[in-house]
Every structure is written in C-alpha cells, then in structure tokens.
Design a protein around this ligand. Sequence first.
Ligand SMILES: Cc1cc2nc3c(=O)[nH]c(=O)nc-3n(C[C@H](O)[C@H](O)[C@H](O)COP(=O)(O)OP(=O)(O)OC[C@H]3O[C@@H](n4cnc5c(N)ncnc54)[C@H](O)[C@@H]3O)c2cc1C
Length: 473
Amino acid sequence: MKDFAVVGSGIGGSSIAALLSAKGYDVILFEKEPYLGGCSSSFSRGGYSYNTGATTFAGYEEGHIVKEIFELIDFKPDLIRTDPSIVVIQNEKTTLRYRDFDQFFEILHSNYPHAKNRAFWEMVYKINQEFYTFSGHYYANANIFSKTRSLLSFVPLFSKFKKYLLADAKSFIEDFFGIIDKEYFGFLESQVLIVAQAPLREINFFTAALSLAYTFNENYYVKGGFSTLFDGITKRVGEVHRKSEVRSIVRHSEYFELHLKDEVFKAKKVILNSTVYESGKLFSDSKIKDYYKKYEKLDNHQSSFMLYMTIKSERDFHHHYQIIQENQFPHTISKAVFVSFSDKEESRFAPKGYYSITASVHTDSRYWEDKESYKAKKRELEDILKALILEKLGIEKDEVVQSFGATSKTFDRYIKRAQLGGNAMTFKNFLPFLPGNDTPIKNLYNVGDTVFAAQGWPGVMLGVKNLQRLLGA
Ligand SMILES: Cc1cc2nc3c(=O)[nH]c(=O)nc-3n(C[C@H](O)[C@H](O)[C@H](O)COP(=O)(O)OP(=O)(O)OC[C@H]3O[C@@H](n4cnc5c(N)ncnc54)[C@H](O)[C@@H]3O)c2cc1C
C-alpha cells in the first residue's frame, strides 16, 4: 500500500509527488501519456521537437515560488534568461518588454504616448514588487471552519490591495487614463490575457496589474524543451508509471483502489491532477461525484488553438513574440497570437540551423465540437496564423520544414482536457468560490491549474505549496 497515489504528471502532480517523496513518503505517480508534463510538456513529430503549450518559465527567482519548490526537491533546471520577455507587434509598433523599467518604459511611451503612462506603469511595477513581499496566506476548503480560518490569512493582503481587488480592471484602466485609444487598450488587454487568461472586464485590477508586470520578473527559456523539467522534477519519485491512465477510483474507509486497464493499486491518500471538471468521472461514489459536479459550472470552455512549426533559418529571433491584429481570428476569442522560438544556440531541442516554433491563440473549446466543419476550420486557422507569422517575422515560405495545428480536441484526446489555461481568478470565480487543494472527502486532494491558486508555473506551484501545508508534510 502506497502512502500517496498522484494521478497526472502536470506541473501540479509531478511537483507534489516530488515534494512528498523528498519528505520520505512512498509515492506512486500515474501519467496517461508516454511523456510527463501535460500542458507544459514537449513532444516529437516527424523527427522534430515542440513545446506542447507552455513556453515561458516564470517564477524562478529568489523569493518566488517556483525556485522555492525546486530547491526543496533539489532540482536545478538548465535555463537561459529571456530579456526582453516578449516582443509585442501591433500594426507598425514593436514594443520590447524588457525587465528593466526605464528601458521598457521608453519604448512603450514612444509607441503609446499618454500623459498618465508613467504613473500607470509605476503603479503596476509597485503592486508587483509589494505582492511578492507577502507570505503566510493559504487556502483550505475541506469544511466551512477551515475555509473561514484560511480566508483570514488573506486579510493583510486584502487590506493592502483592497482598492485594486475590488475594482474591475476594464473600468479601472479607463478611469485611470481618462481617454485611452483603442490600440493602446488592445495592447493592454492582449498582454493581460497571456497571464490572467481572462478579459479585463472579468478580472479585478490587482490580477491585471500582476499580469502586466510579469515581464518585470525573471523569465526563462528551458534548454532541451519543457519536458526536461519533468524528468528532473520526478527523478526521485519512488514509482513513475507512464502510459498508465487511471480509469476509476474506488474509495474504501482507510484507502483507495486505483484501477488501470489491467492493474489495481492501493494508496492511503490520492491527489488528483486531472481537471476539477473531469475528476468526478473517475468515481462512482455519489458524495465524491456531487462534490466535483458543483464545480463543473466554472468550466469557461476557454482553450487554445496551436500551430507548431519547424523552420530552417540562420536569422536571429527573440524567444517570444505576441502579434496583435485589428480583428479576432476566425474560430477564436482573440486578436493576438503568442509565438515562441527555440534558442538559436542550443541544439538539444532543435538541430543547429533550425527553430522549433510553438504558437497559440485563445479559442473556445465548443467551436471545435462540430465534426462536419472541424477539418475545414482547423485548416483555415492554420493557414491564417502561418501566413501572419511568416509575414510579420520575415520568414520565407520555403524555410518552413514542417507545420501542423492542434485544437481543444487534440488536447482532450492526449491529456484529457479541452479547457486549457486553468481556472482563471475572475469575479465569478474568486476566493472563496475557488475549488481548493483539499476536499471534504477524507484523504482526497486536488492540485493543478483548475484549483487554487491559478494557472501557469507560479500559479500551480502556489497550489503545490498550499497542499503541502494542508497535508502537514
Ligand atoms: C497554449 C498554452 C500556453 C501556455 N503557456 C504558458 C507559459 O508560457 N508559461 C506558464 O507558466 N504557463 C503556461 N500555460 C499554462 C500552464 O501550461 C498550465 O497552467 C499548467 O501546465 C497546468 O498544469 P497542471 O498541473 O494543471 O497539469 P496539466 O497540464 O493539466 O496536466 C495534467 C496531466 O494529468 C494527466 N491525466 C489526466 N487524467 C489522468 C488519468 N485519469 N490518469 C493518468 N493521467 C491523467 C494528463 O495526461 C496530463 O499530463 C500555458 C497553457 C497553454 C494551454
């Protein structure tokens, strides 16, 4: 009998499995796919490698959560600092988002002049700096008493940032600037969407400020592709079972039985890294089903359309671009595409003289459900994105060696989730409505981007730390 069974090897599952193993627990980790990492993994096709979804490694600096957890599990990743973190291309304007405030601000202000610019960006910068000085808050959700007690731990944070937490980001920005032109507003909205995964009208200004400020933190390119992180993280986990989908889980009074295709495993405690919308399907126990059912309404169907490309080129490219256009792309919910390149100098991920490109645009998973129109829509969007990327970044058609797209359906087929980008912290989905890392069911826990705290490396890792605390491990 294992102490812990972890279902899913995304950021959340792999990291908590590693932390618990480092504390001496007997842990077994199951992953449906042959590769670890879920949305933040990498894969190969036609002899070339690609990052699946995540391409920016954030939160790895002194005082930040990802570094803290990596140190606890004694893993040092192989990274290259990215600065500027993103190059934003909107019409004729190119904005390099450098980490240094003055260097960034000079470019921003010449592209989008506004009398209130300095005051706005200094406020954003300050909110970000001050946020990282707060610690000690945690979120428990097992029962009303533990939840209330945990919410009290947010009081210092709430008091400090009250005026930003209570204001919706769209109105706050419009009020702050007075008059702001459509293009500049579009720039801000597209930048926020990358991190917050929600439009400005749905989030508070505090979340928007942290999202706008992420380029002031350290951001990294991962050498060898994102899957190398998971190989490193899980190195000391007792048992890692790849190609092992957990099909159902049966609860007994003191343990759980995990049923795979041909095997059954027993564990005292179970941690689910499946999404909170899908986890209920693993159980026939009505109490557990009901618990997960109440969170199904939080599924905002937000998802990603991906374009993967390999190009052969001797030119220099930045690691990340965001291309913003006037109108929404068809079959998407966005005007912006995020395009990431492998590093020219490292040949572990893409051969010398080649670049691996992962491009993503926000979509709605329901747009991809109709079988009849699926192929035509996919081809149309692939062609549009490819043409735009080639044009804006000066890539010749014959430099493209391979390209293919992926939709919410593709993600669902491989990693069992069509909703991507996590459970954004919106007004509708704010603490205390957010699903937690603990549950009212004894010894059953959740981790990942659809439960506390949020999406991305820093967001999921905050949940990992929270879970470690709740487990007393
Ligand atoms: C296009 C895109 C771009 C992104 N870019 C960034 C970025 O640049 N930087 C960043 O920090 N974040 C980024 N994110 C967000 C980040 O990738 C996710 O928030 C994060 O990877 C989610 O981690 P998770 O722990 O929720 O696990 P998931 O990624 O959801 O992985 C869960 C794993 O569990 C497995 N699983 C599920 N059910 C079972 C089962 N029954 N049995 C066995 N295994 C199972 C799945 O196969 C999967 O591997 C991006 C996301 C997307 C989609």
